[in-house]
Each structure stands twice: as C-alpha cells, then as structure tokens.
Ligand binder design. Sequence first.
Ligand SMILES: [Zn+2]
Length: 301
Amino acid sequence: MKETPVALEIYNYLQQRMQLSPSEKTKQQNLYKGYVGEKALHALLKKNLPSHYLCMTDLLLESNQTEFQIDILLIGGRTIYPLEVKHYEGDFIIQDDGWYVVSSKSEIRNPIHQLKRMEVLFKSVLGNKFSNFDIEPNIVFTHPEFYLYQAPIDLPLIFPTQIMRFIQELQSASSHQSQQHSSLVHFLEEQRMTQSTYEQLPTYSYDHLKKGIVCTKCSEFLVPFSTLKLLCKNCQTKERIETAIKRNLVEFMQLFPGKKITTNAIYEWCDIIQSKQSVRRVLKSHLTAIGKGKQTYYVSK
Ligand SMILES: [Zn+2]
C-alpha cells in the first residue's frame, strides 16, 4: 500500500530540527499508529483476498459539507465493507456507552459513534445509485496487544485474533467482478478529495529549524569527516557526502515545497558541506537546472 504518509514523514523531519509540543508529539504518534495498523491490515488483505475484491484506501469523502474518511474500503459481491482501522494498544473497557483506557481510566472517543457517523455519511454519498449494495461497516483492531473488556457480542468489531477468520469468510463468498463494481470504484474515485497534508502539521518556518544533515541511524547531526564522507560522532556511521546532500535535498523539498532550490539555499540548509561544488553536482544530477550563472535554480525532473 501507500508509502509513509507525507505528513508523518514531515513530522519525523521536524522532530530533529525543532521542539515539538506535547500535543504535536501525540499527533505524530497517532499518525504513526494509524499508518502501521492500516499498512499491516492492507498487506494481509492483499495477500489473502481473491482478486475479484476491489480495495480502496484512505478514501476522503464529503457529504453535506462534512468530511469523513474511510481507512479501507472493500467491494465484493453485493457488499461494500468500509473498514475503520484502530491500532489501539493495551486494555480498554466499555462502560455504559463510554470507552475507557483501563490503566488511566481516561475516556476515548467512542469509535462506534464514529463508525455510525461514517456509515450515514457514506450512504448519502452513494445516494440511490448503488442502493443494491449492502453496506457492512466494521472496526478492525490491528494491534496484537489490544484487549477490550465488556464488549457486547453484537458490535461491529473485528479483534486481532478474528482478522484471519474475517478474511476467510470473504474468501468463501464466491463472486465475480462486475461492471457495477468498477463503476462504483470509478464513482468513488471521482468523489475522493485530496487531503491537505499541511493542514495536519504544526506551524514551522525555515528560520526556526536547525540546519544540518541528520544521521540516518541515530538522528544526531553529522560532522565533516573527509573530503568524501561525513561522520556521526554518536554512532560512528559514515556517509558519502553526495548521498547525504541528496537526502537533505529531499527533506528540504518536502518541508518547503514553495521555496526556490538554488545551490546557495541547499548549501545553507546542509550547513556543514565545505564545497558548494558538491552541492551543485548533486542538484545537477537529480534535478533540472533553469537559467544560467548566479540566477540558476532547480526543479524536479
Ligand atoms: Zn548516528
């Protein structure tokens, strides 16, 4: 499935270069857990489901000006399965209508309410067009260490130890892919909205970020070692200067998509590279140069 989400990648870059607030750290953690859970489930489905099942991920939709997301959507036979993936870890308990973390006794957002809301909104997106499909929403818990006390038997929940059985049930429901399946996918692709990555991020600016090149192994900043290599004093990892510049360039482009890429800009961003010539060489070999001389800047190939 998808690679690391851009928002998560940017958080990972930022945490080396600025102080994240506790709430930003929580946000980063949630992005990470969501990603891990979804990735694991998607891989399982992909490996085990017959090919007539169609699968969509991270489907961001809108109904009556309300946005909602479906983590994984399966379509097979006459049924649509919207799956909400939760990578909760540890013990939880349902009391009355509330969900609580057992250790801290703190209440969490009731995922059933969230699922119901999603179902209502999703039905209104589909309208009458695809009313012959049944909709079977479920919450899938992907963390092996998750446990939920006092869960009523009739809730649409799939626990870690039930995921394979859920997949087996899907396997045994025989079906073919039909024209209607693909027109449903086509319809949803048209409705799909793109999420603004930058809305999910903390505010940051170039001036406030620490410049330099971060070690790939331990996240310390690298120092010059020889004419060809940089060194991490913390874990002794050495990296070729050109590879390190290239990595830092990718980081720069992702953090500041609007900023002009020039030799000087990347030279300053890398902070510890002694020769501008090596920065220029990296830019030239990975990007397209526009303009000449001092005015030269670079864009993606
Ligand atoms: Zn290191």
